[in-house]
Design a protein around this ligand. Structure first.
Ligand code: PMT
Length: 400
C-alpha cells in the first residue's frame, strides 16, 4: 500500500511555466490514495485554469486568503490543520524568498506559516535564478527550518537554456512525499506524551512554574501521529493548538498530570515524558489571595509525585522515554536518570543556552539507551521530533 494512502495533501501551485505539470502531480497523488486540496497563487492562474485542478482533485480550488465563502467552508487555518503534508510544486524563486521571510500576504504563504505538517518544495525556475546567491541562501535557510526539497532536475529549460531548474518529475515528488511518512512506523501503537509546564498554586492567582512552551512535546505528538500511532497528549498550560488527530487532555498541576497519565498508562505501548513537571508544589496553597506585608514570605514546598518513575514501576510498563533537561554534566546526568528511572531511552537536552531547549523553536538532543546513543543535531523541534520518533520506533520494535 502507498505511504500516501489516505494522506491529506495540500498542493500549492505557484506561477511558473511548470504549473501545468502540477496537473499530472494531482493525478499521481490521487492514484496513490491521497486526498488533495489545491491552492493556487494569483500568478499560477496565468498559467493553468483552476477548473483543471478542480476536475482532477474533485475539490474546489483555493485561491483567496480573504474569500468570505472559502473562509466559511475551509479557511487558511482549517486547510493548514487539515494537511498531513503541504507540497509546493512548482515553487518559484519568488515564493521561496517569501517563504524564507515568513510573509503572509496571500493564502499560500499564510498556510505555510500556519501549518505544522511537513512542507515539501519542488523548485522550478531558470537555471541562473536557481544558482543565484539569493536563491542558494534562501534554500539553505529553508532546509535548516526543516523544509524538504525535491529537485530541481537539470536539462533543457522552457527559456531555451540548459541546466538545473526543471521541476522534479511528478513521480519523484510523490516518492519524496511518501518518504516523509515512514511507512506507518508506529501503526497500531498507542503512544502517550506529556508536554508543557505544570503550575503549582501559591494562592488563587499566583503559581510556581517554568519556561516550557510545550513546543517539543507537541512536535513529538504530531510526529507520532504522522508515523501512524494513536496519540494521547497530556498537556500542561500552553498557547499551542492541538495537533491534528491527537487526543489532548489539558491539565494544570503536576498532581493533575499524574492522575491523567495514570488513568490510561496501562493501555499505552509507548510513554514519552517531555513535560517539565514541577518537582515541588506548595504544601498548603492559600485559599484567598495573599496580602502583601513587609515581612519575608516562606513557602513550604513538598515534592510532587514522579510521573515517569511511577509509569516504569507498573507491572507491565510501556516503552518509556524520558527527557533530561540539564544545565551541566548533560550526558552523565542523563545516564544516571536512565538507570534510576528504569527507562528504555532518554533524550538529554542541554538547557540554559539561547536558542535551544525551553521556549525555543530549535533543539538538539543526545538520545541514550542501554548499549547505544545517537546525536540529533540542532534543527527545528518538528525535525528533531520526527528523528526521535524514528529512534523510538526502531528501539521499541527490537524490544518487542
Ligand atoms: O516545552 P518546550 O519549550 O518545547 O521545551 C522542551 C523541554 C526543554 C521542556 C523538553 O525538551 C525537556 O527537556 N523536558 C524535560 C524537562 C524536565 O523536567 O526534565 P527533568 O530532568 O527535570 O525530568 C526528568 C524526566 O522526569 C522528564 O522526562 C520529566 O518529564 C519527568 N518527570 C519529572 C518530574 C516529575 N514529577 N514527573 C516526571 O515525570
Amino acid at each position: 500500500m502507498s505511504r500516501l494512502n489516505k494522506k491529506r495533501v495540500v498542493l500549492i501551485v505557484t506561477g511558473g511555466i511548470a504549473a501545468y505539470k502540477a496537473l499530472e502531480l494531482v493525478r499521481c497523488l490521487r492514484d496513490d490514495g491521497a486526498a488533495v486540496n489545491v491552492v493556487m497563487t494569483a500568478a499560477a492562474e496565468h498559467f493553468v485554469g483552476r477548473l483543471s485542478f478542480q476536475a482532477l482533485s474533485s475539490e474546489p480550488v483555493h485561491t483567496d486568503l480573504l474569500d468570505a465563502r472559502a473562509e466559511g467552508a475551509m479557511g487558511h487555518i482549517e486547510l493548514a490543520r487539515w494537511a498531513d503534508i503541504v507540497i509546493v510544486a512548482p515553487a518559484t524563486a519568488d515564493f521561496m524568498a517569501r517563504l524564507r521571510h515568513g510573509l503572509a500576504d496571500d493564502l499560500a504563504t499564510t498556510l505555510c506559516l500556519a501549518t505544522v505538517a511537513p512542507i515539501l518544495v519542488a523548485p522550478a525556475m531558470n537555471r541562473q535564478m536557481w544558482l543565484n546567491a539569493a536563491t542558494v541562501d534562501n534554500t539553505a535557510v529553508l532546509k535548516i527550518r526543516g523544509i524538504v526539497f525535491v529537485g530541481p532536475d537539470a536539462g533543457a529549460q522552457a527559456c531555451g537554456e540548459t541546466g538545473p531548474g526543471r521541476m522534479a518529475l511528478p513521480a519523484d515528488i510523490v516518492a519524496a512525499a511518501g518518504a516523509l511518512f515512514p511507512a506507518g512506523m508506529l501503526a497500531g501503537r498507542r503512544l502517550m506524551v506529556t508536554a508543557g509546564p505544570t503550575r503549582e498554586a501559591i494562592d488563587p492567582v499566583r503559581y510556581i512554574s517554568n519556561k516550557s512552551s510545550g513546543k517539543m512535546g507537541y512536535a513529538i505528538a504530531q510526529a507520532a501521529a504522522e508515523a501512524g500511532a494513536e496519540v494521547i497528549l497530556v498537556s500542561g498550560p500552553t498557547r499551542l493548538s492541538s495537533p491534528v488527530r491527537v487526543h489532548r487532555t489539558a491539565v494544570i498541576s503536576a498532581d493533575e498530570m499524574y492522575d491523567a497519565v495514570m488513568a490510561v498508562v496501562d493501555d499505552v505501548d509507548i510513554f514519552v515524558a517531555c513535560a517539565a513537571v514541577a518537582d515541588y508544589r506548595v504544601e498548603a496553597p492559600a485559599q484567598q489571595k495573599r496580602k502583601k506585608d513587609n515581612h519575608s514570605l516562606n513557602l513550604t514546598l513538598t515534592p510532587t509525585r514522579d510521573i515517569l518513575q511511577s509509569v516504569t514501576a507498573r507491572p507491565t510498563p510501556p516503552f518509556a522515554v524520558g527527557f533530561a533537561a540539564e544545565t551541566e554534566d548533560l550526558l552523565q546526568n542523563a545516564r544516571s536518570k536512565l538507570e534510576r528511572k528504569s527507562l528504555d531511552m532518554i533524550a538529554a537536552n542541554q538547557v540554559g543556552i539561547e536558542g535551544l531547549g525551553f521556549d525555543s523553536n530549535d533543539n538538539e538532543l543526545y538520545v541514550l539507551w542501554k548499549g547505544g546513543e545517537q546525536h540529533l543535531a540542532k534543527a527545528s523541534k518538528d525535525v528533531i521530533a520526527r528523528q526521535l520518533i524514528g529512534l523510538v520506533a526502531d528501539r521499541c520494535h527490537s524490544r518487542a
